[in-house]
Ligand binder design. Structure first.
Ligand SMILES: [Zn+2]
Length: 90
């Protein structure tokens, strides 16, 4: 548990120095540049949507990527987490 927490902190720090992408939902840095959301928001998305987001992003299929991102936004809104910062983060 503690080591997983430290690993995610390391990823956040590494991201802050680099080509940071921000979570499409809450604006927190994403764990990797190919992910469009922070870990908390990423993990609530269905697995097939996550793989579609990664696939379309890495292949530069912007139309597919945007469609997947809109699906993700709908899911976040449905879950009531849209544009809210995780309490665990504060
Ligand atoms: Zn987020």
């Amino acid at each position: 548990m503690a080591s997983a927490r430290r690993a995610s902190l390391v990823m956040l720090v590494a991201n802050a120095e680099g080509s940071g992408r921000k979570c499409a939902c809450c604006g927190a840095p994403t764990p990797t540049p190919s992910m469009c959301a922070c870990w908390d928001h990423w993990m609530v998305l269905p697995e097939d949507l996550r793989s579609e987001l990664l696939r379309s992003y890495t292949r530069d299929e912007l139309a597919n990527y945007h469609r997947a991102l809109l699906d993700a936004v709908r899911i976040w809104q449905h879950l009531g987490v849209w544009r809210t910062v995780s309490k665990a983060r504060v």
